[in-house]
Design a protein around this ligand. Structure first.
Ligand code: PLP
Length: 496
């Protein structure tokens, strides 16, 4: 690989950047707790929640931002969030139990996703808001409420397949939600179940980055709210779901260079940039480029809270004025369910380098004490460079850029941490750490398995304490400040 290095450097906030420079601390953690290791920064989720809150404020909207729990299992993140004004979106019985156990009250919990009877029962029993997928779920909820004499259950109707006023269908088909065309049927059910169910609003969740599609869905919800009112219900919230996204990369030019070089490589115009010539969805057929790049758009100038701001500032296609204004005039609260965006900058994943060697064909292989499930970058198509965290000082000959392939610890040909060739500013050596930045959203524990009985990463929560770091195991973390919860001298968390 003689070409100039093609870096994809991470976008890092001040605190995670400072953490990555704290080599001795990170090595101490991995020495004690093993590799792989997930490091959580709970303060960051509070900052992200504030940013979303400011957007609501700027548009004079009331409402709530619910963290989509499925993005990360960390207790520290969930517990830290209880001290903000945010709520939580739970998608399973265990996530609901976790949220309740962390201190979330029912008014700050919304239950989404496919629901089994136990999940729905606990949701109804504890009085959380249920984001209902369709008729069957409404009927099951009503039966549970009646059978167990539970309080009237607040429900939000998840809708899909919205059309614009021009009748062009802009939102794709989804496995979830009820087509707006069938809204009347849901309202018939709600009419019949008035004693058990209280429809408080409508919503959508679209797994897309497209603003047009979301704007059209939001407009569709504004119309649906009117329909509910005409039928005598009192809706008061619109739920715009999640999917606000994260900007993973510091430099858009690096992303453009990287993706065009990948395309060139797929076409045979330069040496392969991946293990086995994998094309990330692209392929060459008789000299023409086919397929589509199946990667997360890692450089996203408009992401997170700013994306929500942009959505609310958009003029509605059919109605002319900004969607935020229309929401305000409809007297609806805004609900949002960001997952990935709320855990932006909230964690890193560490893996220890076990071996560095050259393959017969001249590739540099770096084997790590972790596997592909431990850092799901490849699964989610997120390409970011790991950061080399040296154990000691490096031999001088190792200090020039290298192209490497990152191998996992499973006895499996396909166990590559990433299929792409990774460029590093220097060659790692055994004992060094590679730190994968910004993994808290889906890339930390979503795909971790314990295959081959390799250890599943532990999690630690860390926070800055002056010039050093305070840390504890994730499950030991509670959001008590040292001054309120206990005295400084027995503050529990260790510092390094
Ligand atoms: C996954 C999910 C979210 C979160 O999506 P992100 O892309 O992580 O923001 C929100 N709502 C529902 C219903 C989901 O399934």
């Amino acid at each position: 690989m003689s070409d100039a290095p093609l870096y994809l450097e991470a976008q890092l906030d001040r605190t995670p950047a400072s953490l990555l420079r704290s080599a001795a601390f990170l090595h101490t953690l991995v020495d004690a707790l093993g590799s792989p290791l997930n490091v959580i920064l709970p303060e960051q989720i509070a900052q992200n929640a504030d940013r979303f809150g400011s957007v609501l404020h700027r548009h004079q909207l009331a409402g709530r931002v619910f963290f989509a729990h499925k993005a990360n299992r960390s207790s520290a993140l969930v517990r830290r969030l209880t001290t903000t004004t945010a709520g939580i979106d739970v998608a399973s019985l265990a996530e609901l139990q976790h949220a309740l156990g962390a201190g979330f009250t029912a008014d700050r919990i919304i239950a989404t996703g496919p629901k089994d009877p136990e999940f729905l029962w606990l949701a109804a029993r504890s009085g959380v808001i249920v984001n209902a997928d369709g008729a069957a779920e409404l009927l099951m909820a009503a039966r549970l409420v009646r059978a167990y004499e539970l309080p009237r259950l607040r429900v939000v109707l998840r809708l899909s397949e919205f059309e614009t006023s021009g009748a062009r269908v802009l939102s794709r088909r989804s496995r979830f939600g009820t087509s707006v065309k069938a809204l009347g049927d849901l309202l018939d059910i709600l009419d019949a179940q008035q004693d058990s169910l209280e429809p408080i609003g409508v919503g959508y969740h679209l797994d897309t980055t497209g603003l047009d599609e979301k704007a059209s869905a939001l407009e569709g919800c504004l119309r649906a709210v009117e329909e509910l009112r005409l039928r005598g219900f009192g809706p008061r919230a619109i739920d715009v779901g999640g999917g606000f996204g994260v900007n993973y990369l510091a430099d858009g030019a690096q992303w453009d260079r990287y993706t065009s070089a990948l395309t060139t490589a797929v076409m045979g115009g330069r040496a392969p940039m991946t293990w086995g010539g994998h094309g990330y969805g692209l392929r060459a057929e008789n000299g023409t480029l086919k397929g589509a790049l199946g990667l997360y758009p890692a450089h996203r100038p408009l992401a997170g809270a700013a994306y929500l701001d942009e959505l609310l500032s958009r003029p509605a296609l059919g109605l002319g004025r900004p969607l935020g204004t229309l929401l305000l005039e409809s007297l609806c609260d805004l609900y949002a369910e960001p997952g990935r965006a709320l855990v932006d900058q909230c964690g890193i994943t560490l893996g220890r380098v076990l071996e560095v060697r050259d393959s017969e064909t001249g590739e540099r292989l770096v084997r790590l004490a972790m596997n592909t499930g431990d850092v799901g970058l490849e699964d989610h198509g997120v390409l970011i460079d790991p950061v080399l965290v040296r154990r000691g000082s490096a031999p001088a000959e190792n200090e020039s850029p290298v192209a490497v392939h990152l191998m996992g610890n499973l006895c499996l040909e396909s166990d590559l941490i990433t299929r792409r060739t990774v460029f590093l500013p220097a060659l790692p050596q055994p004992g060094d750490l590679l730190a994968f930045p910004n993994t808290a959203g889906y890339c930390m524990d979503f795909t971790a398995t314990g295959a081959q009985q390799q250890p599943v990463a532990r999690k630690v929560a860390v926070s800055e304490a002056g010039d050093s770091w305070r840390w504890c195991l994730d499950e030991q973390y509670w959001p008590l400040t040292a001054t309120v919860g206990r005295t400084e001298s027995d503050s529990g968390g260790r510092t390094a």
